[in-house]
Design a protein around this ligand. Structure first.
Ligand code: HPA
Length: 250
């Protein structure tokens, strides 16, 4: 089976760039319910690519209400083999300041009450996936190569702590996450990465830091600050995904 790539957009990334020639856009029903919004399929960088913004077309679905299983099932159903996900995060580690782009290599899941597995006992099938390395190393390497080639700054590695949201964390929670080894914190990394693994899809996440986490910076975090940084940084994610796709051999 040929490789087929999908991009899952996060906060701020609701469209690919103007070169994406959309051939179809459908909101799909799955055994798990509806996808966040229409799944677009089209040509981008010489490849057929699917695009799905996980928060909906204009950020109407909050992180804890996203139907991650429907989104991932729909992508598997059209034979997607690779997913490049974009996620906005807060930074804890000093390397991860606002506007930094990173490629985490580990995750800690702090979420609760999310439908987080296809192996929920309902279908009679139970499997325990290996998740020692939660991200696809081959896909990570392709992204790193693309970043090097285009001289874009990309932090290679870091632990993504996934909280439930939608509220941001307390300073004490961030202190604890830091002691746990988290470098960045977001609300959408899980269960998406694990569901992709359950479906045997190669998955990597490019993160854009949009704020210092609670208690790390010297001021309160405002949505205004987050939105401004998102607006400034989202084109860098688009560019990196586009560069990666233009360089992978499919
Ligand atoms: N915490 C959790 N998720 C986030 C943050 C944060 O500070 N910023 C963007 N997503």
């Amino acid at each position: 089976m040929a490789d087929l790539y999908a991009v899952i957009g996060g906060s701020g990334l609701y469209t690919l760039d103007e070169q994406f020639q959309i051939e179809s856009a459908e909101k799909l029903q799955t055994p798990y319910g509806d996808t966040s919004t229409e799944l677009q399929i089209g040509l981008w960088q010489g490849h057929r690519v699917a695009f799905l913004p996980r928060h909906g077309a204009s950020h109407q679905v909050p992180p804890h209400k996203i139907n991650y299983r429907a989104n991932l099932w729909a992508l598997k159903n059209i034979d997607i083999t690779h997913i490049i996900a974009a996620n906005a995060v807060g930074g804890i580690d000093s390397r991860y300041g606002p506007l930094a782009l990173g490629l985490p290599d580990q995750i800690i899941d702090y979420t609760s009450n999310r439908e987080h597995s296809f192996f929920d006992g309902e279908s009679g099938e139970v499997e325990h996936i290996d998740f020692t390395q939660p991200y696809s190393q081959t896909l990570r390497e392709a992204i790193i190569r693309a970043a090097r080639k285009s001289h874009s700054d990309l932090i290679d590695g870091g632990t993504y702590g996934c909280t439930n949201g939608p509220r941001l964390e307390t300073a004490a929670e961030i202190k604890k996450l830091k002691m746990d080894g988290c470098s960045i914190v977001g609300m959408t990394g899980m269960p998406e990465a694990a569901l992709a693994r359950e479906l045997d899809i190669e998955y990597a996440s490019i993160v854009l830091v949009v704020n210092w986490c609670a208690g790390i910076g010297d001021k309160a975090i405002t949505m205004e600050e987050i939105t401004t940084v998102l607006r400034q940084g989202v084109d860098n994610i688009r560019q990196l995904v586009s560069d990666t796709l233009s360089q992978v051999k499919i």
